[in-house]
Write a protein that binds this ligand. Structure first.
Ligand code: IMP
Length: 194
C-alpha cells in the first residue's frame, strides 16, 4: 500500500454487495424483462457482474457519451457518441451507473431515456457520492455510499487507467497521482488480491 491511495471497498465487499443488489432487483422486477442500460466505459464492469446476479431475462445495452468541458460547466449535458439500438418504449428500463457524483450526468441521461416513453425508469449506481450531489437525485438502488474522495478501480478510471483494479481505491493524495498518473500501477496486483 502506498500513501497515494487506499482500499475503500475490497473485492469481496463488491462481490457480496453486487449479489445483494441482484437479488433485490430480481425481486422487484419479477415477471418482467428489464432493459439495463449502462454508460461506457466506467459502468461496464458493474453491469457485467450485475446482470449475472439477476435471475431474470434481462437485456444489457450500452451508451457512450462525451462531456462538453467539466461536468459542472456543462450542467450535465453530454454528447451521445453511441446511442441505444433498442426501442425502449413501454419497457422497464434500469440505468446502471458506476458512480453518481453531482448527479448532473445521471439526471441528463434519465431525461433522455424518459423522453422515449419507457414503462418505468429507475437508477442503479454502484457508488453514491451523495455528499457531492447538486441536483436532487436519489438512486433507487445504490451499492455503497462513497466518501468525498476521488476513487478508481472496478471500472472507474483516472486518465483511463485503473479500471482493471479488482478493488475500489480512494485516492488519498490526488496531487501525487496528477504528477505521476502511473503511481498506482505497482498496486494493480496487490490490490487485486485484497
Ligand atoms: P456526475 O458528477 O454525477 O455527473 O458524475 C460525472 C461522472 O464523473 C461519473 O459518471 C464518473 O464518470 C465521473 N466521476 C465522478 N466521481 C468520480 C470518481 O471519484 N472517480 C472516477 N470518476 C468519477
Amino acid at each position: 500500500m502506498t500513501e497515494v491511495a487506499s482500499v475503500l471497498f475490497g473485492r469481496e465487499d463488491i462481490r457480496r454487495r453486487v449479489q445483494e443488489l441482484g437479488r433485490t432487483i430480481t425481486g422487484d422486477y419479477v415477471g418482467r424483462e428489464p432493459v439495463f442500460v449502462t454508460v461506457l466505459k466506467g459502468g461496464a464492469m458493474f453491469l457485467a457482474d450485475l446482470v449475472r446476479a439477476v435471475d431474470l431475462p434481462v437485456e444489457a445495452h450500452f451508451m457512450a457519451i462525451s462531456r462538453y468541458g467539466g461536468v459542472a460547466e456543462s450542467m450535465g449535458r453530454v454528447q451521445i457518441l453511441l446511442d441505444l439500438d433498442v426501442d425502449i418504449t413501454g419497457r422497464d428500463v434500469l440505468l446502471v451507473e458506476d458512480i453518481v457524483d453531482t448527479g448532473l450526468t445521471s439526471r441528463y441521461l434519465l431525461s433522455v431515456l424518459r423522453s422515449r416513453s419507457p414503462a418505468s425508469l429507475e437508477l442503479c449506481t454502484l457508488l453514491d457520492k451523495s455528499v457531492r450531489r447538486i441536483v436532487p437525485l436519489v438512486p433507487r438502488y445504490a451499492g455503497f455510499d462513497c466518501p468525498d474522495r476521488f476513487v478508481v478501480g472496478y471500472g472507474l478510471d483516472f486518465k483511463d487507467r485503473y479500471r482493471n483494479l479488482a478493488t475500489i481505491m480512494q485516492i488519498d493524495d490526488l496531487g501525487a497521482l496528477e504528477r505521476d498518473a502511473d503511481a498506482l500501477v505497482p498496486l494493480l496486483g496487490d490490490a487485486a488480491a485484497a
